[in-house]
Design a protein around this ligand. Structure first.
Ligand code: GLN
Length: 308
C-alpha cells in the first residue's frame, strides 16, 4: 500500500476513539475543538506524508521540553546539564514535585521541575528571560523549518494559573538549582509551551532527531549526534511521564507528549511520526494519539525491541 493510503487507513481505524478529556488546568486549552485528529510522518530523507488535521496549529506544551533540553546540552554541555538535571525516570506525574532529596536536583528534564531547570540553562549565563525565549524560539523554528508563532492567549492563560509551576520554581531556587526570579522563569517557560505547531511540523522535528540532528528538509544541523542520542534516551525513558513504561512496552519508540494534544515519536535513522488529538488520559497524554502510535508501530514493526 502507498504511504498516504496506509496513513488514511490508520486514521480511519482510530477516528472513532472519543476517550479522554481536554486539558482544563490551563483554561484557554478547553476552547480547542476536541474532534481534531491529525497524523503526519516524515522520513530522514525529507519526504512528508500527512492526513486529517495535520495542518491545524496547536500549542506544543511539554513537547518543547525535549528540544529545550537539547538546546541546554548544546549551550552548556552534557556535564553542566547533568549536574543540574538528572536522567532518571521518576514515575511521577508531569507536574510532580520530583527532586533528589539532598540536592534538589530534578529527576529528569521531561517533568516540569527538570524542564524549568533546563529552560534556565539555555544560552549564556546572565541573559534575560526574553533573550532566552528568543533562542528557544529560533531553535524550534530551525527544527520545523518555518517561522512558528506563539499563542499569546494560551501563554497568558497559563501564566495566570501557574501556581504549581511557580511553587516548583521556588523549590528549585531554594536549593540554588535555578537562580533567576521564579515569575520571570515561569512566564518564559509558559511562552515556550505556547509555541504553535502542526502535526506536520512535529513529524519533521522528530525526523530531525531520527536523522541525527540534521533537519531533513533544510539540511541545517541543529544538534550533534551525541546530543540527539542523549535526548532520545531521555524521551524513551521519561517522555511519557508516569506511563513511560506502558508506552515503551506497547509502542517502543522514543516519544514526547504535550497537553495540547500532540505526540511525536522518533525512530532513529528512519522516521518522525506525529499525532494531534486533544483528548487526554489521566497522565496528560493524547488517548487517540497513543492508539494511533500503537497501531502504526505494530503494523510496521517499528518497536525498537522488535527482533527481525
Ligand atoms: N505548560 C504545561 C505545564 O508546564 C506543559 C505540561 C504538559 O504538556 N504536560 O504545566
Amino acid at each position: 500500500t502507498p504511504v498516504p493510503d496506509y496513513l488514511a487507513e490508520v486514521a480511519d481505524a482510530c477516528a472513532p476513539s472519543t476517550g479522554g478529556e481536554l486539558a482544563s488546568y490551563i483554561p484557554e486549552l478547553t476552547r480547542v475543538d476536541p474532534r481534531y485528529f491529525g497524523l503526519a510522518m516524515a522520513t530522514v530523507d525529507g519526504s512528508i506524508y500527512s492526513v486529517g488535521d495535520a495542518e491545524v496549529e496547536f500549542t506544543m506544551q511539554s513537547i518543547s521540553k525535549a528540544f529545550v533540553y537539547g538546546l541546554a546540552l548544546r549551550d552548556r554541555g552534557m556535564r553542566a546539564v547533568l549536574e543540574k538535571v538528572d536522567v532518571e525516570p521518576s514515575g511521577d506525574p508531569f507536574d510532580g514535585l520530583s527532586f533528589e532529596a539532598s540536592t534538589g536536583r530534578p529527576r529528569n528534564p521531561m517533568i516540569n521541575a527538570g524542564a524549568i531547570t533546563a529552560h534556565t540553562l539555555v544560552g549564556k549565563e546572565g541573559i534575560d528571560a526574553d533573550e532566552r525565549f528568543d533562542l528557544i524560539h529560533r531553535l524550534l523554528c530551525d527544527l520545523a523549518g518555518r517561522e512558528l508563532r506563539v499563542d499569546d492567549e494560551v501563554w497568558q492563560s497559563e501564566v495566570r494559573t501557574s501556581d504549581r509551576n511557580l511553587a516548583i520554581a521556588h523549590m528549585l531556587r531554594s536549593k540554588g538549582v535555578i537562580t533567576d526570579p521564579a515569575e520571570e522563569v515561569i512566564s518564559a517557560y509558559a511562552r515556550q509551551c505556547a509555541v504553535l505547531v502542526t502535526a506536520r511540523d512535529l513529524a519533521v522535528m522528530a525526523a530531525t532527531l531520527a536523522n541525527g540532528g540534521v533537519q531533513p528538509v533544510t539540511g541545517k544541523r541543529v544538534f550533534s549526534g551525541a546530543q540527539v542520542r542523549q535526548l532520545l534516551s531521555v524521551m524513551l525513558t521519561c517522555g511519557m511521564y508516569d506511563s513511560a513504561g506502558d508506552w515503551v512496552s506497547a509502542v517502543g519508540i522514543p516519544a514526547k507528549s504535550g497537553v495540547g494534544g500532540g505526540i511525536l515519536g522518533a525512530l532513529p535513522s528512519q522516521l518522525g511520526i506525529a499525532t494531534f488529538s486533544p483528548r487526554l488520559d489521566a497522565h496528560g497524554n493524547s488517548v487517540r494519539g497513543i492508539q494511533t502510535f500503537e497501531r502504526l508501530t505494530a503494523d510496521m514493526r517499528l518497536h525498537l525491541m522488535e527482533v527481525a
